[in-house]
Design a protein around this ligand. Sequence first.
Ligand SMILES: [Zn+2]
Ligand SMILES: [Zn+2]
Length: 407
Amino acid sequence: MSTFNGKIVEIPKISADNFEGDNVTSLVYFLSHCHSDHMRGLDNINFQNSLLQRPGVYLYASSISIKILKNIYKDKSRYPRIESKLKVIPVNHPTLIKIPDTNQSFTVTTIPAGHCPGSVMFLFEIDNKNILYTGDYRASANDLEKFKAFYSLGNLKRIDKMYLDTTFFNKSYLKFPPRRESLEQICSAIKEWIERDPKHLVNITPTAKYGSEFLFMEIAKEMQMPIHVNEDCYNVYKCIPEMDNAVTLNPAETRIHSNCGIKYKQICLTSTEFLREIVPSAMWWRGKNLESFVEEEHENKIRICYSSHASFEEIKDFLLLLKPAEVEPCVVPTSVKEKIDLTNLLEQIMLSYKVDCSNENVKLFDRVEVVELQDDDEEDNLPDDLLHSPKNDFKRRRKWLVDGTEL
Ligand SMILES: [Zn+2]
Ligand SMILES: [Zn+2]
C-alpha cells in the first residue's frame, strides 16, 4: 500500500499519485495507475475545483488509465467532471511538459510497469537530472533494461533519484515465480477440477485488495470463460477496456467465480464438496521456500504464489542495473524494526555499487526521518558479505536514524 506523499521534490510544483494536502496546489499531476491507494484526493471536490479553475494545469497518465478514469463511476460523475483536464502521455515517447506560470519545463517518458493494465513508471528529466518514479511495478531487470528511455547515446542514463515500489523489498520475499508460471498452475488447477465432474465449480479468492486484473484477464482467455464477480468488483473491472470479456455478473455463464458476494451461496454454490478454492497471493508465502509455489491444503483448497509487485531480488537487480544515487521508498512499513531493515538493505545495495565510484554518503531519504528505536530491537543479522558490499557501520547509521543528524 503506497505511503508516498506525492511530492517529486526535484521538480517544483509537480505531484504524482497523491492529490491531497499540499498537492492540491501543484501545477502538474501524474497518475501511474488506477489503484485507489495511488488516487488519494482525486475525487475530492476541492481538488477537482482547483484543477478545473487553473488553465494549463493537467493530470497526465497512460491512455488506458485515462480510459479507466473516464469510465469509473460514470453514472456518479466522479472523474468525468475533470475529463477536460486528463491528458494521455504516449508510452515510451519523451514528452515535453511546461510548468504553467513559469519558464521551466521538463521531459517525461512513461515506461510500462507490468503491475496492472495501464500501469507505468515515469522518467522525469530536468536540468540534467534524471528522476525515476516507479509507481507499483512487477518486471525483471532484464525486461526493464530493454527500454530505450533508460539510455542516452548507448549508455544507461545516470539516475539521480529513484522513487521506488518497496512493497516486497524484504528478504522474506526473496523471489516470486514469474506470473506466467503462476498462471499456468492456476489454470491447470481449474481445468483439473472442472473436467473431473460437471458439477464442479472454482472459487478464486485473491488476498490482495488490488492487482487481480492481469490474473482475471489471463484466466478468462485461457479457460474461455469469464469470472463471475460481485457488483463492486464488476463496476471497477468493466471500466478497463482490456477486460471486456474477463468478468461477468451472470453466474450461469461460467464455472469460475471470485468472491461473488453475500449472494454467493444462493447463486453459485450447491455444495462445498463440489467447490475448489484457489488462493493466489504473495504475502502468505512470506519466508517460505518457493521451490514449489503450489500448496494443496486439500483437494478443495489450493494456494498458489502470485505477485503483481516485484520481489526483493527483482528490486535489487533493478537497483544494481540503474544504480540510483538516491532512493526514496514509496511503501514504508509501519513497524520501526521493518523500517530500519528496509533502510539497511537499501543502504547495503547502494554501497555495493557506490564504493567504486565515489565515497559520498548514501542518502536514502530526502527528509531525515526521526524514528524511535525500541530496546528489544535486535542487532542486525545480515551477513557481512551480502551483495559483496563493504562492511558497514550500522551503529553510526542507527544514530543518524535516531537523532536525525547527518553522519
Ligand atoms: Zn497498485
Ligand atoms: Zn459466482
